[in-house]
Ligand binder design. Structure first.
Ligand code: TXE
Length: 485
């Protein structure tokens, strides 16, 4: 039976519209290597249409009360929750991630993003300052206008909703560009926005590649706020495009995160947590701990047990309920993983587990992009494998002898996104956390999220912080009013 392939259109001014070119790109399912839908091949002209719609919508949307805006966001959250299963399946097909992960993490966290910002705007405080006997100052925080929101493929709905929710909650209108590799859940989100009767033009989604639509967004003079999550090299281009136009920019970029295990750690918890932080979403989470450091006295035991646990991870069809390791997002990313595994061996590393593509888990997945969870030992801390972001199911494990030494290892990379420390010594936990240069330090846990905390990276992992109050501030413009007494 011939079924027509879905064409993912742009969402502009409350309607699904064809790209002006009339062309579409194939959208490949990572698990099968075959196209399963098509995505709009848009360009700068489509962005212009979205800007016009967003500009029109801004006038009314920015004047709505916080409670009115809040209700729209809550309704969207409710609708995604109603269709959670459909979203989880779409996300799994689109990204190659296990459906159980999409169901338990990505989609619930996307819903939480809408709920969090919908309610946060009801509880903000205004600042006022009495200036001696001279004046009274108060600060208005006003929406900035049109926000350009560019997101990657690894956690597509979660990262896009993390930007859309605060941007529109405070009264901006938005033009979002999901990754061209994973456009499906953004498309479904637009359906929810329509069903929630979100006013036309408040949320617009323009699909296509970064060089065509992403760069048209960053270059557009009427889009004055840019929130970007993606690779560091792309982040640099975004920063370069925005700088001459003095746009307000937030960049969430890559990581090469240290995962430090002290000998005094609860080793069972450290091993379970480290397997998760190494291989969740096939290692394609910017927060994955790809460099594992273990104190020498625990090293042998840790490596043996870590490998034993990792070998038990069930690699399979992402749509299979038992699957714990799905597919890599596309062929390019798979080639990148293979390149680094080869490089690691040239650099003197030993493949202690994995290191190659597995047999296809079933017939459907015969042409899919799979790679075994891979553990590499015996590398120097300074080699390329230990410094460059691989973004795949590959970790290195290295022993260390002292706290001082491992802090140096942790900090001796260009990235500074997150880190994890496993220890039962409370003083050490505080001491080490203070000295590691990463935006987040997790102690005896990983990926625990509180939406109120500032989130972002140091060094080449980014500029600015998102989350909670930081996001509300980022998407608003403070204006001080000074009234003489
Ligand atoms: O991401 P890109 P790619 C890392 C990871 C990966 C590498 C490249 O190491 O191997 O980045 O991945 C849009 N102007 N991360 O190429 O290009 C693009 O269309 C404006 C880490 O897939 O950074 C997509 O929507 N936008 C990361 C978004 O940017 C542009 C997650 C991110 O894509 C653009 C993903 C341009 N010139 C990859 N070029 C993380 N930190 O979470 C591309 N885009």
């Amino acid at each position: 039976m011939h079924t027509e392939i879905l064409q993912i259109k742009n969402f502009i001014d409350g309607r699904f519209v064809e790209p002006i070119t009339g062309r579409y790109l194939d959208n490949i399912e990572p698990a099968t290597g075959k196209p399963y839908s098509q995505v709009a091949d848009s360009d700068a002209h489509d962005v212009d249409l979205a800007v016009a719609a967003a500009e029109r919508a801004f006038r009314d949307w920015s004047k709505k009360t916080a409670a009115e805006r809040s209700n729209f966001l809550l309704r969207i959250a409710e609708l995604i929750e109603r269709d959670l299963e459909k979203f989880a399946r779409a996300e799994s097909i689109d990204t190659g991630k296990p459906i159980s992960l999409a169901r338990s993490l990505d989609i619930p966290r996307s819903i939480a993003n809408f709920r969090f910002f919908a309610t946060a705007i009801l509880h903000t405080e205004s600042e006022a300052h009495i200036t001696d006997n001279v004046a009274f100052n108060y600060t208005l925080r006003q929406p900035r206008g049109i926000a350009g929101l560019i997101s990657p493929w690894n956690l597509p709905l979660y990262l896009l909703s993390w930007k859309i929710a605060p941007a529109i909650a405070v009264g901006n209108t938005a033009i979002a560009k999901p990754s061209e590799l994973t456009p499906m859940t953004a498309y479904m989100l637009c359906e929810m926005a329509r069903e929630a009767s979100l006013p036309n033009g408040v949320l617009n989604v323009v699909h296509c590649t970064g060089p065509k639509v992403g760069s048209a967004i960053t270059a557009h003079p009427k889009i004055n706020t840019i929130s970007f999550t993606g690779g560091t090299a792309t982040g640099r281009k975004v920063a370069e495009a925005c700088a001459p136009l003095f746009k307000k920019v937030s960049l969430e970029l890559g990581g090469k995160n240290p995962n430090i295990v002290f000998a005094d750690a609860d080793l069972d918890a450290a091993i379970a947590g480290s397997v998760r932080s190494s291989f969740a979403n096939q290692g394609q989470v910017c927060l994955c701990g790809s460099r594992v450091f273990v104190e020498r006295s625990a090293y042998k035991d840790f490596v043996e047990r870590f490998i034993e646990r990792t070998a038990q991870l069930c690699l399979g069809d992402p749509l299979d309920e038992n699957t714990e390791q799905g597919a890599i997002v596309n062929r390019t990313q798979l080639e990148k993983v293979k390149f680094y595994v080869d490089l690691a061996q040239k650099e003197g590393g030993k493949i202690a587990l994995g290191g190659s593509a597995p047999q296809a888990p079933n017939e459907r997945c015969g042409e899919g992009y799979f790679f075994q969870p891979t553990v590499i030992t015996g590398l120097s801390v300074s080699c390329r494998t230990n410094r460059e972001e691989i973004f795949g199911p590959v970790v290195t494990i290295t022993p260390f002898d002292s706290e001082e030494e491992v802090i140096n290892y942790a900090n001796d990379v260009e990235y500074g996104l997150s880190s994890t420390v496993w220890t039962q010594n409370l003083s050490r936990a505080h001491r080490v956390a203070e000295r590691i240069n990463t935006g987040t330090v997790w102690v005896n846990c990983w990926l625990v999220r509180d939406l109120r905390v500032p989130f972002g990276g140091m060094k080449q992992s980014g500029v600015g912080r998102e989350g909670g109050e930081e996001a509300l501030r980022f998407f608003t413009e403070p204006k001080n009013v000074c009234i003489a007494k």
